[in-house]
Design a protein around this ligand. Structure first.
Ligand code: ZN
Length: 152
């Protein structure tokens, strides 16, 4: 698809029917996929800006506190003065290779029989990362299981 056309689409984020029908089937699919990806990113960004209570003192007296290096929204609690993101207290806290971490999470969650060495090779991560991540993931799964029990 021509770059300019794409840009127009992306800026308006809506489909001009006439132009869209002129695209080949493959281009249409590509375009739709791109839109989906953009919308997903937008939703995630909006979600990350939603203010949640402070994970430390549960106060709702929170202010926005800029972004961290990976462009993640940070918040500051006006009560206890601590800063946090919506990841604080979740297994994703402090994880830079989010995609790989999620992959690993799924593997463990699915109960796939695997070793640390295999995981390192598969995800191309270091042994210490694999070890730490596994610990985080197992803890989170345990927490989830406990929650489910409590809800019953
Ligand atoms: Zn607080």
């Amino acid at each position: 698809m021509c770059f300019k056309l794409k840009l127009v689409y992306l800026q308006k984020n809506m489909i001009n029917k006439e132009k869209f029908t002129k695209l080949s089937a493959k281009e249409q699919i590509e375009f739709i996929n791109e839109l989906k990806a953009i919308n997903k990113k937008k939703r995630e960004k909006e979600k990350s800006r939603k203010i949640k209570p402070c994970p430390f003192c549960k106060s709702k007296n929170i202010s926005l506190n800029g972004h961290d290096l990976s462009d993640l929204q940070r918040f500051k609690c006006k009560q206890c003065k601590k800063t946090f993101s919506h990841r604080t207290g979740t297994p994703l806290d402090g994880i830079k290779k989010e995609k790989k971490f999620k992959q690993y999470y799924k593997i463990i969650e699915a109960g796939e029989d695997t070793t640390l060495a295999k995981i390192c090779e598969k995800l191309n991560i270091s042994m210490s990362a694999a070890f730490q991540w596994r610990h985080k993931i197992n803890n989170d799964l345990l927490k989830k299981a406990q929650k489910q029990k409590d809800n019953k």
